[in-house]
Design a protein around this ligand. Structure first.
Ligand SMILES: C[S@@+](CC[C@H](N)C(=O)[O-])C[C@H]1O[C@@H](n2cnc3c(N)ncnc32)[C@H](O)[C@@H]1O
Length: 256
């Protein structure tokens, strides 16, 4: 038998942010290889499938990528519907290309189902558009992380050049990031936001400036977090930092 492998984006966490296509495939899945942070309700959609965790969270033990590739190929030889369920969108920071290349080499049929990437979910949490007429026409998605043996990427140049930058897997490197960016000329008062657990009940949004990045990162609680930089965040930051007006206080009292 030669089945098909579906690389599916599970979205940022909330099960109702899955695409209808993803739900349909999960319902007929025979086996699901899933990332660490996939929601239990999302996995429950694959009621008839064997579920195999192969997740990676940086700094913790994970299944080696080559072994995952092999398992996908072996599973496709035994099952009709094999799902590789990845957080967010599978084609962003998810090593999808290594899986695609291995499947192609082995002659295994595959299909990609896009998902909502964390940056989109974070923008929704913030209520801030990543692009804005006259202010932001250039958005980058970047990570300062490099795999072992991989040449370091020049993430800072990308952040410096962009109107809006979204940093994946970067909150744990907050000290180094703010030192590097300020050292290379990024204004210390650049507005930033940290969004933790976007779309999930434990969601958290923190606004500040580039100098405050290390302190804000310390205040997160270990959930997946994005760091966003750019002038598009300034009005939200100022709104948060301005002193409460008489109307705000009246409004709060009414709602209490
Ligand atoms: C390995 S990358 C995978 C990204 C994923 N493919 C995507 O499109 O969102 C994992 C990183 O994505 C970010 N991330 C994933 N889910 C998130 C969420 N719900 N809230 C905030 N950041 C999230 C964090 O920076 C985390 O370290």
């Amino acid at each position: 038998m030669s089945g098909r492998v579906y690389l599916i984006g599970a979205g940022p966490g909330a099960p109702d942010l899955l695409t209808l296509r993803a739900v349909g495939i999960l319902r007929r899945a025979d086996v699901v290889f899933h990332d660490a942070l996939v929601h239990t309700e999302t996995l429950a959609l694959a009621a008839g499938a064997e579920k195999i965790p192969v997740g990676k969270r940086s700094g913790r033990r994970s299944t080696a990528q080559k072994f995952i590739n092999k398992r996908l190929i072996d599973a496709a030889r035994r099952h009709a519907v094999v799902v590789r369920l990845k957080g967010g969108d599978p084609m962003l920071f998810g090593r999808a290309q290594e899986e695609i290349d291995a499947l192609r080499r082995a002659g295994v049929d595959f299909e990609i189902v896009p998902g909502v990437t964390a940056a989109s979910a974070a923008a929704a949490e913030l209520g801030v558009s990543l692009t804005r007429r006259g202010l932001s026409r250039h958005v980058v998605f970047v990570t300062p992380r490099a795999a072992e043996g991989e040449r370091g990427n020049d993430w800072a140049t990308s952040v410096l050049a962009a109107d809006t930058a979204v940093l994946y897997m970067g909150a744990g490197l907050a000290d180094a990031i703010s030192t590097e960016l300020i050292g290379r000329g990024k204004p210390a008062d650049t507005p930033i936001a940290l969004v933790e657990n976007a779309s999930l009940p434990g969601r958290r949004v923190l606004f500040g400036t580039l100098t405050e990045l290390p302190a804000l990162a310390q205040a997160t609680k270990g959930g997946p977090t994005l760091v966003l930089f750019g002038e598009v965040l300034r009005s939200a930051l100022e709104l948060q930092h301005r002193p409460a007006s008489a109307e705000d206080i009246e409004d709060l009292l009414k709602r209490a």
